[in-house]
Design a binder for this molecule. Structure first.
Ligand code: ACO
Ligand code: LMR
Length: 623
């Protein structure tokens, strides 16, 4: 590569910092220009390594992420550019480190606010090592059709508009990144386009100057004319005037120094850039424009005429046969991102998921259409939230209160019940909260805590079929079906379950009608006549009360059947008892209980002395 060339179609770069968008823009540019390979060799992100998924055209590819500059450079000795997105705090150290690596030749420093002392040290170091710095405080630059630095020149649409996907004949350099986009457009409209454009950044001590880049362009035979945009502040532009006078710069240079309005403002007005401030008459835009014009550069009367001067210069070169305008080519089309296409209404796609209970998009998420702040403000409570998320209904107060009572009474029934026991044993085996909870929850089923649903189904069937309670019990027995919700290990008619009494009291007081409860109590009269413990248990009671409640709320029989089918009733036991299982887990942890092993004397060992012999049948099973 010639010394005046910083980038070409094979340039490989590192992007320092987690700048996914900038990387994607670089790759989109590469793809548009039909580069053979992506220009980004890898990202350098100290916080994590691995890979980053990016698009190459329509395809997704993996870009490596390195955790240090050294590691990246060792893996990609072909990469000679580092685009440094480090903040102003670490830009100095990281740029220094990169400049010390043999294979890295150019570093672009994007950060604003790098201390001037640091910027000067970096510039000196780069010169000493025969390397280049673009920036600090820059967007970077672009070599048309070959290589783009980060976000320079904007989106694929801008690049297409400004014909930056193929080289023209104009070398461009400016201080400002924002204005460089404007100038790419002006140059594209008035010439055969930009060959290369660089924004050196708006600081007082840039790592490379306007002059440095103009000299590169002067040396490059493919560049026929140059366009430069300086700005108020500093005296660098006088070196350009000198270079033209001494013929160090011989190609036509169209130049304008922005900030001419500074003279109508009080002295020392600070423009956007750190360096854009005229502290002496020499530093004003007007003085510099005047000196440049006198030295023979092409200086318009105002920025409004910049385009005219550029066009005239280009046309003149054409007339003198010094320029063969670049041939037009068709850039490769960069696929539009799906998100953008959706927002523009260009594509549609069938969804994979449907959710009808909540919406988490937008500023505030909502449960069944009720914003979360309203849920709190209007005191929906746990019962209200369950109403919204399980049934998509704003439940009346007596229902939300009922749900909360259910959850409270069901929360725990001691360490001996099947589920709590399993949670405790699992916790004592050293398993964590989730695993111990799962062990407890997995115990819930048709014999323990999971009979709510079955009870709702069985009793609804009995009542609907018009069978008397007696006929219902006989029918179930005949069919060998255990009536769900009937029977308890410890509670009986003589030892009633206080939870059951309490819930019955609540229902009788608040439910307009409770036909299923009445039916179930009559069934209990029948079953307890056989055995005292065949009572309507807490599972059964809650299951049937929810059916009665749903009827009061206007659920149709079909809707009730649907709820039974999906198992919503068991959900109340599972939810409530989760509190208890967690409590048991925490309790065991605090008590630092050791592994539980069931005692031998609590197990009846009935093992045969020897196994039963299998009789051979003579049908080939002797083999
Ligand atoms: N319906 C009809 N008969 C029953 C029922 C029932 N639900 N439950 C027990 N029986 C009968 C049995 O058929 C057996 O009769 P048999 O002596 O003629 O053979 C007798 O009662 C004893 O049966 P066991 O299963 O030994 O009773 P146990 O007291 O051990 O069972 C249990 C208690 C598991 C709760 C049982 O009654 C049952 O399965 N009920 C249905 C499921 C249920 O509701 N579970 C929730 C319980 S509450 C909770 O876990 C929070
Ligand atoms: C419970 O609430 O867990 C109990 O009613 C079950 C039991 O075995 O006591």
């Amino acid at each position: 590569m010639e010394s005046y060339t910083l980038f070409d179609v094979d340039t490989k770069a590192f992007v320092y910092g987690s700048q996914r968008v900038a990387v994607q823009r670089m790759l989109d540019f590469d793809y548009m220009c039909r580069r053979k390979e992506p220009s980004v060799a890898g990202m350098i992100t100290p916080e994590r390594g691995g890979f980053e998924k990016v698009f190459w055209g329509t395809r997704e590819i993996m870009l490596p992420r390195y955790q240090s500059i050294k590691e990246a450079a060792a893996s990609h000795p072909e990469a000679d550019v580092m685009i440094n997105f480090a903040s102003e705090r670490s830009a100095y150290d990281t740029t220094r480190e990169a400049l010390d690596i043999d294979t890295i030749r150019t570093v672009t420093v994007i950060a604003e606010g790098v201390p001037e002392r640091h910027a000067r040290i970096l510039a000196a170091l780069a010169k000493k090592n025969n390397k280049w710095i673009i920036g600090p405080a820059t967007v970077g630059g672009i070599k048309a059709g070959a290589f783009k630095i980060g976000n320079a020149a904007g989106t694929p649409e801008n690049i297409a508009e400004c014909k930056l996907y193929r080289p023209g004949s104009v070398g461009f350099v400016s201080k400002s990144g924002g204005m460089s986009n404007e100038c790419y457009n002006i140059i594209a409209r008035n010439t055969d386009g930009v060959y290369e454009g660089v924004a050196i950044g708006g600081d007082l001590f840039p790592g490379s100057t306007l002059m440095d880049h103009l000299l590169r362009y002067e040396a490059n035979p493919d560049i026929k004319m140059m366009v430069c945009l300086g700005e108020v502040g500093g005296i660098d532009e006088y070196t350009i005037a000198e270079a033209v006078k001494s013929k160090k710069l011989s190609k036509p240079v169209v130049i304008w120094i922005t900030g001419t309005s500074a003279t109508v403002m009080p002295k020392g007005v600070q423009f956007g850039h750190a360096g854009a401030r005229a502290d002496s008459a020499l530093e004003t835009a007007e003085a510099k424009n005047r000196a440049l014009k006198e030295a023979g550069l092409i200086v318009p009367d105002s920025f409004d005429d910049f385009d005219i001067k550029i066009r005239e210069t280009f046309d003149q070169l054409k007339k003198e046969n010094k320029i063969t305008p670049a041939a037009e080519i068709e850039p490769r089309k960069v696929p539009m991102d799906f998100k953008q296409a959706v927002s523009e209404g260009l594509v549609r796609r069938s969804t994979n998921f449907v959710s009808t209970i909540c919406d988490d998009r937008g500023e505030e998420h909502s449960y069944a259409g009720v914003p979360i702040t309203k849920v709190i403000e209007e005191k929906y409570g746990i019962g209200g939230v369950i109403g919204l998320l399980w049934f998509k209904k704003k439940m009346p107060v007596y229902v939300t209160e009922f749900i909360e009572i259910v959850l409270q009474v069901i929360a725990d029934h001691g360490p001996a019940v099947a589920g709590a026991h399993n949670t405790i044993v699992t916790a004592r085996a050293g398993k964590n909260l989730i695993e111990s909870l799962i062990a407890g929850l997995a115990t819930i089923g048709p014999r323990f805590g999971g009979a709510l649903n079955g009870a709702a189904e069985h009793f609804t069937f009995g009542l609907r079929s018009g069978m008397s309670p007696r006929e219902f019990v006989d029918h179930m027995r005949k069919n060998n079906v255990t009536i769900q919700g009937i029977g308890h290990r410890t509670h009986s008619i003589e030892n009633p379950d206080a939870r059951v009494e309490l819930m019955i009291g609540y229902a009788k007081k608040h439910f307009r009608e409770h036909p299923l409860l009445d039916y179930a109590l009559k069934v209990q009269d029948v079953t307890t006549r056989k055995r005292g413990n065949l009572i309507l248990n807490i599972d059964g009671l809650i299951g049937i009360l929810f059916v009665d409640m749903m009827r009061n709320l206007g659920f149709t029989e079909k809707q009730i059947d649907e709820e039974i089918k999906i198992g919503v009733f068991n959900g109340f036991f599972i939810l409530g008892r989760t509190m208890g299982f967690m409590g048991h887990f925490f309790d065991q942890q605090r008590l630092m209980q050791p592994l539980y092993r069931h005692p031998f004397d609590d197990i009846l060992y009935e093992v045969p002395e020897k196994p039963e012999e299998v009789r051979l049948t003579g049908r080939g099973d002797e083999k």
